[in-house]
Design a protein around this ligand. Structure first.
Ligand code: NAP
Length: 267
């Protein structure tokens, strides 16, 4: 039996810009719950004391940049997915223990499945080798993707990330080489977050290759718009964000949220 939280927070630094409160509060309202979801700006050196304080309040919530790896290290128990990614973005308290999970994987999995369907031989090109890139590789594993080719600015970091997922991931130095035969290109860098810069030229995309940008902006990112204009299926990161939030809601309350109400709150 789930003991519902008395407080729901999103820990980040900075965090005021987040759209998560909009859809989480819509889900809470749709479920008839009076609790509210609030942002908490927590600098990295204050995370441990903040988590200790939140334990006394029986709080639950999410963590975003830059806290996901540090939160995982603070948890008493981690889900197998959070262990595999090495990061937690969802937490709650259970029997006095701080429990962490990773719902970014489920969010990415939902989008990848929508793009690739039941294909069991698809190859993905992954731009970036940070925390969210690890979630995408985990999601690709769960979708039965054949290979994830990692291209990163810092090539050594791509090598290190691929080594954690040796059965599916491979670092590739030259983007054009990586793109050959790819079914989906995923942007897991922050490029395009603040302006119309693009993580790669749309002209380089193979025919029939889809585009999934983890970055999201009002009216989508320039990369997604350009890819769609060139005839490719393309989606930005708001679908993944919403799905990871819905999975988190299920962990906190043991019931599925109204995903329609959540979607309406941000569109
Ligand atoms: P991270 O751990 O800091 O990793 C960032 C990655 O991007 C690194 O591989 C870094 O390369 C690369 N990078 C950064 N700036 C670059 C530039 N100017 N040119 C080329 N490469 C660059 O970040 P993260 O947590 O993975 O997040 C990445 C993005 O995904 C963020 O913008 C975040 O908003 C988004 N995100 C979205 C969702 C969602 O639900 N939609 C979830 C999580 C994250 P180096 O290794 O060379 O530094």
């Amino acid at each position: 039996m789930i003991d519902p939280p008395s407080r729901l927070v999103l820990l980040g630094h900075p965090v005021a810009h987040s759209i998560s409160p909009r859809f989480q509060n819509a889900a809470l309202a749709a479920a008839g719950m009076s609790i509210r979801y609030e942002t908490m700006d927590v600098p990295p050196n204050a995370l441990a004391t903040t988590m200790a304080m939140l334990a006394t309040e029986h709080a639950a919530g999410n963590a975003t940049i830059p806290h996901k790896e540090a939160l995982a290290a603070l948890c008493n128990r981690l889900s197998p997915l959070a262990q595999r990614v090495g990061a937690a973005n969802v937490f709650w308290h259970e029997d006095g223990a701080l429990v962490g999970d990773n719902s970014d994987v489920g969010g990415a999995e939902m989008v990848i499945r929508a793009f690739l369907g039941t294909t069991d031989s698809a190859d993905i090109v992954l731009l970036g080798a940070g925390g969210s890139a690890a979630s995408v590789i985990c999601a690709a594993e769960r979708c039965g993707v054949r290979e994830v080719r990692i291209v990163n600015r810092n090539a050594e970091r791509a090598v290190q990330l691929a080594a954690r997922f040796p059965t599916i991931a491979r670092p590739v130095h030259v983007l054009e080489t990586a793109l050959s035969g790819a079914s989906l290109v995923v942007n897991a860098t922050p490029i395009g977050l603040h302006d119309d810069s693009m993580p790669m030229l749309v002209e380089l995309l193979p025919r029939d290759c889809s585009v999934f940008d983890l970055v999201y902006r009002t009216n989508e990112t320039a990369w997604v718009r350009a890819a769609r204009d060139a005839g490719h299926h393309a989606a930005d990161g708001d679908g993944m964000l919403l799905e990871q939030g819905a999975i988190a809601f299920e962990r906190w309350f043991g019931i599925a949220p109204d995903r329609g109400a959540m979607w309406k709150a941000i569109h």
